[in-house]
Design a protein around this ligand. Structure first.
Ligand code: ADP
Ligand code: GLC
Length: 479
């Protein structure tokens, strides 16, 4: 049994802004089920949804600050969660990274530097918890300093750093470094320095014993200038200790047979009942009730990464066809406004819900026929996995994890029952529109559509295989 400290800035269902939370809530569970001693470490944010008992474990002092470590559990499972309680940094309304108006907290660098220092103290068993980690598994820039700090220690645990999205690096002005009370030897170009900036993610990329990312294709893409954001050279240099492990999903949370957010549960044998969710969705969103029309769905952060500009370019033509489109998301005010305006023009065809709504997200996955993910880049992507499990056929752009999880419907893949979606190559509105039309042709061919749904719904998306890959990686590092 290995002692694993899993360090993350968000974890479902405690707090979530995106896929990182889904992974940090479900991978530790899978590792726990494989009999590992895993502890999840999170900041104690004000908006954490804690449902299990909470108790005080210890107090430590770092940089003359008094920090308390509290302990709770993930709901329904015995995965202990340690919470870093430092109210001036974390007891604030809003999400982990920004205030209620969406402005990033001004002291994010200081907040997550402290979080990394606490993680290091816990990992080294200096926090009075009587638990020393064998492996510290860090995720994204918010925990990037941990491998760097651990590297300065003797008898340290092994470290793994997982890149969920290289576009977010935690870049801050170089002048901040001396204010952080970090060891001076970390300030050099081979470490945290990055073209005159302080880069949190570089701490993880340079110092972790192994880097993973969330799909094999993205692991290759980030070694190129197109996807590497200037870090491609470093990543290529570290290719021997860089690999892609595809994300799994929480198959209990995302299961059409038991999902409490649906109006009607179903499985492949009762797939006709999926339509009840379609009708409920149309009713709830004031669209004309019509079970025969192809309904498209999209749930996303509304940012450039997700190809929202391509969708906006396609929508005018798309809405001349006999379709409905249901979108849920929030993000760039410009995208929000343009989508909202289009919805006002096409109330019978386009429904746009701006905001974050978990329950509606589940109903959309079940109620729509076709799910759009035209991402410009996508480290893994989770919604195309949820869609397949719900018998909703995804349209994806061929990038990152979308390449690794969707088989394009072609004569050959349809014949050998591996087709699971429609995939297109160019990041252009023309290519997306072509894919949309191709999906509609498939939709109207009922036998083919059912076959696609069967292929999707019979796939295994559980964490089992990938969690075992993480375990063998930990074992290799400890050898
Ligand atoms: P990313 O992490 O890049 O945002 P993923 O596809 O990995 O993309 O994961 C996104 C997760 O966030 C999914 O669980 C998705 O359902 C959820 N999500 C995104 N936007 C919303 C929203 N507006 N309301 C509810 N859930 C959302
Ligand atoms: C990131 C990526 C997304 C991935 C998620 C979980 O937010 O953008 O592709 O699925 O992390 O790993």
């Amino acid at each position: 049994m290995k002692k694993i400290l899993f360090v993350s800035s968000e974890a479902h269902p405690l707090i979530k802004t995106g896929g990182l939370a889904d992974v940090s809530g479900s991978l530790p569970k899978a590792l726990h089920e494989l009999s590992q001693s895993i502890h999840l470490l999170l900041p104690k944010y004000q908006d954490l949804k804690i449902t299990e008992p909470l108790r005080h474990r210890c107090m430590i002092r770092i940089d003359n600050r008094e920090i308390h470590i509290l302990e709770t559990r993930l709901p329904d499972v015995h995965v202990p969660v340690w919470l870093v309680d430092y109210p001036p940094f974390f007891d604030l309304p809003g999400n982990p990274y920004s205030d209620a108006q969406g402005h990033p907290w001004e002291d994010n660098l200081e907040r997550f530097t402290l979080f990394c220092k606490v993680a290091t103290e816990i990992a080294m068993d200096r926090a009075h918890l009587e638990w020393k980690a064998d492996v510290v598994h860090c995720n994204d820039w918010q925990s990037g300093l941990v491998p760097a700090l651990l590297n300065l220690e003797k008898n340290r645990p092994a470290s793994v750093f997982t890149i969920h999205n290289l576009a977010y690096q935690g870049l801050y002005p170089a002048e901040k470094f001396p204010t952080l009370n970090l060891p001076k030897q970390l300030w050099k170009p081979e470490c945290l320095e990055f073209f005159g900036m302080l880069s949190m993610i570089k701490g993880g990329l340079v110092h972790a014993d192994h880097i993973t990312t969330v799909s094999p294709s993205y692991a290759l893409e980030i070694q190129t200038s197109e996807f590497g954001y200037g870090l491609e050279g470093l990543l290529h240099h570290k290719q021997e200790s860089l690999s892609g492990i595809i994300n799994g999903i929480d198959t209990k949370v995302w299961d059409p047979k038991t999902d409490e957010h649906l109006v009607q549960n179903y499985n492949f044998n009762t797939i006709k009942e999926k339509n009840a969710n379609k009708i409920a969705l149309q009713e709830q969103l004031s669209l004309p009730i019509n079970k025969d029309i192809p309904v498209f769905g999209l749930i996303s952060r509304l940012v450039e990464q997700k190809g929202i500009d391509l969708v906006l370019e396609c929508l005018p033509e798309m809405l001349t066809l006999s379709v409905q489109f249901i979108l849920l998301g929030s993000g760039s005010p410009d995208f929000e406004q343009r989508l909202h305006n289009l919805a006002l023009l096409h109330p019978n065809k386009l429904s746009v819900t701006i905001g974050y709504n978990e329950s509606l997200a589940h109903l959309i996955e079940a109620g729509v026929d076709i799910f759009l993910m035209p991402s410009r880049f996508e480290p893994c992507g989770l919604n195309q996995l949820y869609s397949q499990r719900y018998g909703t056929i995804p349209i994806v752009r061929k990038t990152g994890g979308l390449i690794d999880t969707i088989e394009d419907a072609l004569p050959e893949t349809l014949a050998n029952n591996t087709a699971t979606g429609v995939a297109f190559h160019d990041a252009s509105a023309g290519s997306l529109m072509e894919a949309i039309k191709r999906a509609m042709i498939l939709f109207y061919n009922k036998a083919t559509w059912k076959k696609l749904q069967a292929n999707c719904m019979s796939k295994d998306f559980s964490w089992e295989k990938s969690a075992k890959e993480y375990l063998s990686l930990y074992a290799k590092l400890l050898d």
